[in-house]
Design a protein around this ligand. Structure first.
Ligand code: TPP
Length: 581
């Protein structure tokens, strides 16, 4: 027995199933799954530059006979969707299990997607566990199912399942020999003539999976009071059990395909039947499409964000126990860390008064006051391509000065092709690559830019400057982002040349990188301070205002970067004597 998070349990289940290979790209709430899998005995695991690449590696390894676990967050499935839809046609040789970790409530995501629609659209069997024990069991079973039905199997989790811990019965690893590879172009070469055949075969495989799921023990009916029945899955099942303890429940473990006959039988056993689903109408739409009549879910059930036992009880007009009422917690807006090397870039971009197309990473916080230096953020890689779009639109109206800002991991993920597009189409503009030597936002994973691999195999750093130049950008500079004058003049020069495409690589380690960031002695505010607020405008969490308006630095929080001192017009910020901490 072990106490495991859902993510750890999925890694455990995959390991027990004899999975040989793990591939993925980090993204909350999925990240720890691959990190845990990578530490298991006898496996090979790697971070890939993006999810599409990861799934394609998985497909290759599967074709060659290995069992493969691929992990990503829900928006990563968008990136991997291209291979996903076609690998449903090819099917597998060694089993492929693909984790899609959804984030209802958008705790750390730019949108709220329901990956079950992907399983439905791609025709991939999908399992959804409701706790850690199921996460392990379903992950293990998923490999068998993938090989049995010759299809990729998706595992869906949501943030509460991924991160909550529960007790899990663990077992030894089954040593599964990789299957032999047999050349078979009619299965693996998806050109139209073969794809048409696989399309027909897909329907047969889906029909077989649908027949199996009617009696699968991964679905469970819990009959209680028959006046009310609820169909649910995943985390919603846990909330329903707590909120409606007397209701009869059809708990779905297989969320695509759905067990039509079993659901119709359940319909006949209960008076009123509801689907309770988080941030989605997937279940109610799909169950209705099977011809199973549902009662209308109470309008008060939240349609967006996470559910809770309290919100379910309130929606059904039941009393909400006081302890379950949401507590009023003061808001604590996120901020760039003290000493973050991204800070001055945003300060100076705001000063340059240009449009800033941002991207996804810690640096998205540059959008918030007081820096307020970002106009857009849509998806990974979009900064560079959107900046090109802004510039194009300017050719038909008011020309604008536009800069793109993108992190190192995000650049490797999907910024490279965007930059190539701008070069290819001779677009001018400024692209700032914020190379903090890590994938900061998701927990400091290695990436191709820093050359740190998941299982610490020797690799190589990507030479960003050489890459940018090879893409065809002649004006490329590497600048220390902690040096105000250098940042200011690099941005000014690049924006002044409205004909050219410039790339500035701002290179300095994330302050949380223990091995490479060397903190300086902390700074303090001396008696010269006039309370002008120049340092406060940097939004450093170590700096605040006294009641009299003068600045004060929390020396315990100060990283000793010295950024603030460069903005003080009256030399009121000094470094404490003494060596670095
Ligand atoms: C398609 C997709 N995959 C994964 C994520 C999760 N994610 C958000 S930002 C990010 C990388 C951030 O690293 P970097 O670009 O180096 O910037 P930093 O956070 O270090 O400043 C990741 C993996 C996502 N939002 N979208």
């Amino acid at each position: 027995m072990a106490l495991l998070s859902g993510n750890e349990a999925i890694a455990q289940g995959a390991w027990e199933a004899g999975a040989h290979i793990g591939v993925g790209y980090p993204g909350t709430p999925s990240t720890e799954t691959m990190e845990t899998f990578a530490q298991k005995d006898g496996v090979y695991a790697e971070w890939c530059p993006n999810e599409k690449v990861a799934l394609e590696v998985a497909v290759g390894a599967s074709a060659a006979g290995a069992r493969v676990l691929a992990t990503m967050k829900h928006v990563g499935v968008n990136v991997a969707a291209d291979p996903l839809f076609t690998v449903a046609y090819t099917g597998v040789n060694g089993g492929i299990v693909m984790l899609a970790a959804d984030d209802p409530g958008m705790h750390s995501s730019q949108n709220e997607q329901d990956s079950r629609y992907y399983a439905q659209a791609a025709h991939a069997l999908m399992l959804e566990p409701s706790d850690s024990a199921e996460a392990r069991a379903f992950a293990k079973e998923a490999f068998e199912l993938s090989e049995r039905f010759d299809m990729p199997v998706m595992l869906r989790s949501t943030v509460r399942i991924s991160h909550a811990k529960g007790s899990v019965e663990v077992a030894e690893r089954a040593e599964v020999a990789p299957k032999p590879y047999e050349k078979d172009p009619s299965k693996w070469v998806m050109m139209p003539a073969y794809a048409k055949l696989r399309r027909a075969s897909l329907d047969e495989r889906v029909a077989a999976a649908a027949a199996w799921c009617e009696d699968s023990e991964l679905n469970r009916v819990e009959m209680r009071d028959t006046s009310m029945g609820v169909i649910c899955s995943g985390a919603a099942y846990q909330y329903v059990c707590e909120a409606l303890p007397d209701a009869s429940v059809f708990k779905l473990g297989v969320v695509w395909p759905l067990p039509k006959r079993a659901l119709q039988q359940f319909r006949e056993q209960v008076d009123a039947l509801y689907c309770i689903d988080e941030a989605s109408t997937y279940l109610s739409d799909s169950v209705r499409a099977l011809g199973v009549q549902l009662d209308a879910t109470p309008a008060a059930l939240p349609a967006q964000g996470e559910l809770s036992p309290a919100s379910i009880r309130a929606a059904f007009g039941l009393d909400v126990p006081a302890a379950a009422a949401p507590e009023e917690v003061p808001a604590r807006p996120p901020a760039l860390c003290a000493g973050c090397p991204h800070r001055l870039v945003f300060k100076e971009l705001a000063r340059a008064k240009c449009i800033v197309c941002g991207d996804i990473g810690c640096y998205t916080l540059g959008a918030l006051p007081p820096l307020s230096a970002m106009d857009t953020c849509v998806c990974m890689g979009a900064s560079v391509s959107m900046a090109h779009g802004f510039e194009l639109a300017g050719r038909f109206g008011e020309p604008a000065r536009v800069a793109a800002v993108i992190g190192d991991s995000t650049f490797a993920h999907s910024g490279i092709t965007s930059l190539l597009n701008t070069v290819y189409n001779v677009g001018p503009g400024l692209v700032c690559i914020l190379d903090n030597r890590t994938t900061g936002m998701t927990g400091h994973e290695g990436n191709p830019v820093n050359g740190i691999t998941l299982q610490q195999r020797t690799s190589r750093e990507l030479d960003l400057e050489a890459l940018v130049k090879a893409l065809g950008v002649d004006d490329c500079a590497v600048v220390n982002p902690n040096d105000m004058r250098a940042v200011r003049s690099a941005i000014k020069d690049a924006l002044a040349n409205s004909e050219a495409l410039s790339v500035i690589i701002f290179k300095s380690p994330c302050v949380l990188l223990r091995n490479s960031f060397v903190p300086g002695a902390p700074y303090f505010v001396n008696g010269n301070c006039t309370g002008c607020g120049s340092c406060i405008s940097l939004g450093c969490p170590a700096i605040s205002k006294e009641d009299d308006g003068r600045a004060v630095i929390d020396t315990a929080a100060c990283a000793g970067c010295g950024q603030c001192g460069q903005y003080c017009p009256v030399e009121a910020i000094e470094q404490l004597e003494g060596s670095a901490r």
